[in-house]
Design a protein around this ligand. Structure first.
Ligand SMILES: Cc1cc2nc3c(=O)[nH]c(=O)nc-3n(C[C@H](O)[C@H](O)[C@H](O)COP(=O)(O)O)c2cc1C
Length: 335
């Protein structure tokens, strides 16, 4: 396998700035990050638009972070692009994949894919005016049917997208069923943009299978798999980051001090919690985000349902702290 790129997909409510920063301190292997989507970029309320921490260059690395917007309004997308550029970002990403009915039913997110004329008009306005910021797209195969993307690809091809990330599910599936890797593969020859594969990479083995199927695509976005197993990008590189000649084609950005996985996972979870608490001024509202992460992280442990039973019921900070200690004391990790 030749060189490849790994990115971490955006998750609204999970992969915010504290998450991304703590993740980077603890784990290697990820080259690129995306913010969860922004909406409502109004002219009047500049400060609110920027949601300082989330996109502030003091708290984020503008070289490896791509801010994402969910919108169908070219003017709004251009405003976002301009603000991101002013902050030093090199690229923005348009979310054309969000499947939630309250979004998609309004022809936003993947709900725009059945309407190629609307996509064409929006892209024309964007590319007429976008100035010195790369523009990438993340989408699905369609909203109602996986054929929808076929009418949209010729439009994508007319514009210099910096990247096209395809998650080969349809919106109606939400996150259920399987990502259709074969459909993704069939689309490859028809797409001009640099392609990124996203969907169901949950292990070194599934990465290997998908990688082989979709070659020559060499850019991969990890999703729930890396939320469940934060070592995943490192493990992929340990196995696949070496060429057939035995040369290291990829190196970890960061080599951990301790090699004990349980200790590393424990330290990550504690740091993330403390960082979130600091950002939230000690408010128990951080528990929602920590629980959301645990709904994936539980699969790092031998008895995921036992882990979840301990975590899901907690309502207070001390209860959470005790539950986490109990999990690490009582339940072995399996990753
Ligand atoms: C709770 C949740 C929130 C998400 N938020 C976003 C988002 O803000 N922007 C986006 O492009 N994708 C979002 N996604 C989609 C993921 O980034 C990813 O594309 C999806 O999980 C498929 O990859 P996977 O099969 O590897 O998990 C979200 C997914 C979930 C489950």
């Amino acid at each position: 396998m030749s060189d490849f790129l790994l990115s971490l997909g955006p998750f609204q409510g999970i992969t915010d700035a504290p998450f991304r920063n703590v993740f980077k301190q603890h784990f290697g292997g990820i080259d690129k990050f995306y913010t969860p989507f922004f909406t409502g970029i109004h002219k009047e309320n500049h400060a609110k638009n920027l949601q300082v921490e989330e996109i502030d260059p003091q708290c984020n690395d503008v070289e490896t972070l791509t801010p994402q917007i969910l919108s169908t309004d070219a003017e709004e997308i251009l405003r976002f692009a301009k603000q991101c550029k002013q902050l030093g970002y090199k690229e923005i990403n348009l979310n054309m994949g969000c499947p939630f009915p309250r979004v998609a039913n309004k022809k936003r997110g993947c709900g725009m894919l059945p309407y190629p004329d609307k996509v064409a008009a929006m892209f024309e306005s964007i590319f007429e005016q976008i100035d010195d910021v790369k523009f990438s797209v993340k989408c699905r195969l369609g909203y109602f049917s996986p054929d929808e993307i076929e009418a949209v690809i010729p439009i994508f091809n007319q514009f210099p997208l910096s990247e096209l990330i395809i998650h080969p599910r349809i919106g109606k599936q939400l996150y259920k069923g399987e990502a259709d890797v074969e459909r993704f593969k069939a689309l490859i020859p028809s797409i001009n943009a640099q392609l990124v594969y996203n969907g169901d990479i949950v292990s070194v083995d599934s990465f290997g299978r998908i990688c082989e199927t979709v070659q020559p695509v060499n850019s991969f976005m990890l999703g729930r798999g890396i939320l469940a197993n934060p070592f995943l990008a490192e493990q992929i590189m340990d196995t696949h980051g070496v060429s057939l000649q035995g040369e290291l084609v990829r190196t970890h950005r960061m080599r951990p001090q301790t090699h004990d996985k349980t200790d590393r996972l424990h330290a990550y979870v504690l740091d993330l919690y403390e960082d979130r608490l600091r950002h939230a001024g000690g408010s128990p509202k951080v528990l929602g985000r920590m629980k959301e992460l645990w709904s994936y992280l539980m699969y790092s442990f031998d008895e995921p349902q036992d882990v979840w039973r301990k975590i899901k019921k907690i309502n207070a900070l001390k209860e959470y702290e005790d539950a986490v200690e109990e999990v690490f004391k009582d339940i072995a990790i399996v990753i």
